[in-house]
Design a protein around this ligand. Structure first.
Ligand code: ZN
Length: 141
């Protein structure tokens, strides 16, 4: 194991005096599911609305009752991300790509570029939602 001094020699721009000690941190798997603290108190759950082309979409946030600041936990962030993805899709602004449709004699399949799949794991599944007979939404779940 390298000493902090040795690491400092290897890292540019970090002075030896800035390195204190090595610390191990464990983040609880539910750390981002709990209510968020702000101004010394627990934030309260609040609902926000986004109106878009006649649709009213709601999502929840954690809101500080003192300063009014809103926070999103991991679950809430995913929900808001879905709303933004829906907006981009409806506006035709979602990034798209055209890929060859392959056929192995029985089944059609599409290959994803390696650049997009670096975070995928082997046992993950693809959930396909049919929007129209020619349009599908593919989610990696
Ligand atoms: Zn606050």
């Amino acid at each position: 194991m390298k000493t902090p001094t040795k690491q400092a020699e290897e890292l540019e721009g970090i002075k030896e005096s800035e390195i204190l000690e090595e610390v191990n941190v464990t983040i609880d798997k539910d750390a981002f599911k709990k209510p968020i603290r702000c101004c010394g108190r627990l934030a309260e759950k609040a609902w926000k609305k986004i109106s878009y082309i006649g649709l009213e979409l709601t999502y929840d946030v954690w809101r500080c009752s003192k300063c009014g600041k809103d926070y999103l936990d991991a679950h809430q962030s995913k929900n808001l991300q879905k709303i933004w993805a829906l907006q981009m899709l409806l506006e035709g602004k979602a990034p798209t790509m055209e890929r060859s449709l392959n056929y192995d004699g029985k089944t059609y399949f599409v290959r994803f570029p390696k650049d997009l799949t670096s975070g995928w794991k082997r046992k993950e599944k693809a959930r396909m939602t049919m929007l129209t007979p020619e349009k599908y939404l593919v989610e990696i779940v």
